[in-house]
Design a protein around this ligand. Structure first.
Ligand code: AMP
Length: 279
């Protein structure tokens, strides 16, 4: 695996390869786990060159404490990427991603950026778009790999590609969520959970499964209420328990064919999110 720290260097290397083989790209913030690695492995299966980036993007953190405590495990990440078949790792300093400072380009994302994650993390999706837009400009991949774990982020990036007229240039590939044995969605933030909190956190996926099972039988409002109660009993502060249209993320008022359950909740300062397609 070749490691690049400089944008110009990786761009020129990839320019020499682009006509020979396809380039797949997996952007990450590091502290890699099996969820990230499933993206990298798929990327390698489907492309001649698999590129991964590790960059903890300051502009997508609306909470300074979360940014400060974001786990960093670079040496281990490098070994895991080599094992997963990654060809190139892009490991830029902030100045390579934001050469002109944090000045804001505004992305017209519409309602999707102000609901659910967007509501609870103001500015988050603008930051995500800034970094992904810049990384796409540097890597210019044929395929971009992202996890369903961050469901709303996938919709936002889909919109970003449409807005910038790049939907044909970069195919967005969504990989299913990889889970721990207790059902908890793998996340770099799970490292910050104690063994007991880790067990309690299984309640998130249990609530999503409960929503899926009860959807044909119970009113949506009752399912959401019951799920919230379960999470609070486990010690979570709940940001949202939502059942929404899977394309627009508009809250569902009645049963419909294309619904997704989404949860965001915090236990002992660790904020976790998860989702499940319900039907
Ligand atoms: P992050 O490092 O959290 O920015 O995540 C990088 C990419 O990995 C994103 O596209 C995530 O959606 C994806 N990802 C994170 N956790 C998982 C998981 N448990 N299963 C599948 N993909 C994941």
């Amino acid at each position: 695996m070749i490691i690049f720290k400089n944008a110009v260097d990786i761009t020129s290397f990839l320019t020499t390869q682009r006509n020979i083989q396809q380039i797949g790209f997996v952007p990450t913030m590091g502290a890699l786990h099996a969820g990230h690695l499933s993206l990298v492995e798929r990327c390698k299966r489907e492309n001649g060159i698999a590129v991964c980036s590790i960059f903890i993007n300051p502009t997508q953190f609306n909470n300074a404490d979360d940014f400060k405590h974001y786990p960093v495990t670079i040496e281990k990440d490098i070994q895991l990427l080599i094992k997963a078949g990654c060809d190139l790792l892009f490991l830029p300093p902030v100045s390579e991603i934001y050469p002109y400072g944090y000045q804001k380009k505004i992305y017209e994302l519409g309602k999707i950026e102000s609901i659910l994650e967007g509501f609870h993390r103001p500015g988050h999706f603008q930051g995500v778009c800034q970094v992904v837009d810049r990384l796409l400009e540097i890597i210019v991949p044929q395929r971009l790999y992202m996890g369903q774990k961050d469901y709303q982020q996938c919709l936002v990036i889909h919109k970003l590609l449409e807005l910038s007229g790049k939907a044909k240039r970069h195919e967005l590939v969504i990989e299913p969520t990889i889970r721990e044995t207790n059902g908890l969605a793998m996340s770099s933030r799970n490292m910050r959970l104690s063994a007991e909190e880790h067990q309690r956190a299984a309640a998130i996926f249990k609530c999503l499964r409960y929503s899926q099972q009860q959807l044909p039988f119970e009113p949506i409002s009752e399912i959401k209420k019951h799920s919230k109660e379960i999470l609070e009993k486990e010690g979570f502060i709940v940001d949202y328990v939502e059942i929404a249209d899977a394309t627009t993320l508009e809250p569902a008022v009645a049963k419909a064919p294309n619904l997704v359950g989404l949860i965001a909740a915090t236990i002992n300062k660790v904020r976790l999110i998860d989702n499940l397609l319900l039907n």
